[in-house]
Every structure is written in structure tokens, then in C-alpha cells.
Design a protein around this ligand. Structure first.
Ligand SMILES: C[S@@+](CC[C@H](N)C(=O)[O-])C[C@H]1O[C@@H](n2cnc3c(N)ncnc32)[C@H](O)[C@@H]1O
Length: 225
């Protein structure tokens, strides 16, 4: 954890406006922006798990942060699900213009027929336009753009998630926790109104040189309203 903070401090923190002007550099394995490792392919297994949690109720699913589209790919698969209720709609909020361009190309067909709706902008500006209690599942995976948000950017979303979820709706997110939720993490969830707090452990295998995760497990939250 400390290592991640020091690496990010060295890289510096682009302002929200500056971040949008930096290029999104995609390889098969990764997405980098402004020198930051934003997303990496080793997270595939974890993204699959988060997508399964967000789609467990079927219905309307909201995703925040498109990145490489790995979780979006798994969420889309639940349109055809036999074992769980099918999802009816998939709304994605993504701030970065080049990431949005990548998303439009990757899911051109789905966007055209209305099976994926892409909203461009920072979630802090976009979600207030969305109706309360309108989603059955939410997958939150953005990227911390300030020092105080490192390992905690999801904390700032919990209240908004509570507003947006239907009763019985489920929230999941990149947890930044390897074994159990910290006291602060639990407190933030409870302050937002969540009482039903569970998680599953997911095995991962990040490369040794990963800037942001070096452990072999990561928790997949299952937070029900
Ligand atoms: C870790 S990636 C998402 C990875 C994605 N789950 C996947 O499977 O590929 C984070 C994404 O969030 C976007 N982002 C960062 N801050 C954001 C914000 N406040 N609102 C919306 N998108 C944001 C970044 O541009 C980036 O595309």
C-alpha cells in the first residue's frame, strides 16, 4: 500500500481537466494514462467476479469507469444468461474522451441497438442526472486522481450508490482490500446506509512490478441495499 502511494506521488496527480487531455495508451495487456497504470489484463478474473455480482439481480446495471472494457465485456454476457436473471440495460459512465472512443469502437453494435449506453463525464457530474432507486446492480471501478483518494476513491461513491440502487440492489467495486474490510471502510459503508455487507475472496496473480497491487487475493464486495 505504502509503495503504491509513493509511486503515485512520484508520478504526480494530474488535475481532472489535465487528465482528460492526456493520451490513453492501450496495449493488449494494459491501459496507461499520464504514466499511471490505470488497468491491467491480470485483473480479468477479478472483473469477471465483480460483473457476476453486479448482474446477480439482472435488470438495470450501472458501471463506472470503462478502462479496457473487461468488466463491460462480462456484464454484456449477462444479456444471454441462462442461470441468472438477464440484464435489461447496461449504462457506463466514463470520463476520458479517448477511453470513450475505445468503448464506442469495442461496443459499436451494442450501443447502436441500445444494449449499452455510454455517458461521457466524471461520475461526480453525471450521476446526479440519474434517477434515485433506478439500478439493480452497480459496478464501480474508477481511478483515484488525487492523493487523498488513493485506495479510497470508492468511499466517496457509497452515498450516491445508496441513492441510485433499488431496494435489494447490489453494489460491487474494486475494493483495494486483500483479506478483510478495514474499520474505516466498514464505517463509510454504514454511514451511507448499507447494512448488508459481504464479500468474496478472489485469487489474482499480478506481475511483481505492478504499481498498484502485489497481493495474491483481492476482495469482491457484495453490498446489498
Ligand atoms: C481501472 S479503469 C476501469 C477498468 C474496467 N473495470 C475494466 O474492466 O477494464 C478506471 C477508468 O475510470 C475512468 N475514470 C477515472 N476517474 C473517473 C471518474 N471520476 N468518473 C468516471 N470515470 C473515471 C478512467 O478514465 C478509466 O478508464
Amino acid at each position: 500500500m505504502k509503495k503504491t502511494v509513493s509511486i503515485r506521488k512520484k508520478l504526480g496527480f494530474p488535475t481532472k481537466a489535465q487528465f482528460l487531455k492526456e493520451h490513453a495508451i492501450y496495449t493488449r495487456e494494459s491501459l496507461d494514462i499520464a504514466g499511471h497504470e490505470i488497468m491491467q489484463r491480470w485483473e480479468t478474473n477479478y472483473m469477471k467476479k465483480l460483473a457476476s455480482i453486479a448482474c446477480a439481480n439482472g435488470g438495470k446495471v450501472l458501471e463506472l469507469g470503462f478502462g479496457m472494457g473487461i468488466s463491460a465485456h462480462f456484464i454484456q454476457k449477462y444479456k444471454y444468461s441462462q442461470s441468472t436473471p438477464k440484464i435489461k440495460s447496461h449504462v457506463v459512465i466514463e470520463a476520458h474522451p479517448e477511453v470513450c472512443k475505445y468503448a464506442r469502437k469495442m461496443f459499436s453494435k451494442e450501443i447502436k441497438v441500445g444494449q449499452l449506453k455510454l455517458l461521457q463525464g466524471y461520475w461526480q457530474d453525471v450521476t446526479k442526472e440519474l434517477k434515485k432507486e433506478s439500478f439493480d446492480g452497480i459496478l464501480f471501478d474508477t481511478y483515484p486522481l488525487t492523493e487523498k483518494e488513493i485506495h479510497k476513491n470508492h468511499f466517496y461513491f457509497f452515498k450516491e450508490a445508496y441513492r441510485l440502487l433499488k431496494k435489494g440492489g447490489v453494489l460491487t467495486y474494486y475494493s483495494d482490500e486483500s483479506k478483510r474490510f478495514s474499520k474505516e471502510h466498514l464505517q463509510k459503508l454504514r454511514e451511507a446506509g448499507f447494512k448488508n455487507i459481504e464479500w468474496e475472496s478472489c485469487k489474482v496473480n499480478p506481475p511483481k512490478e505492478s504499481m498498484y497491487w502485489r497481493r495474491k487475493t483481492i476482495l469482491a464486495p457484495k453490498i446489498i441495499k
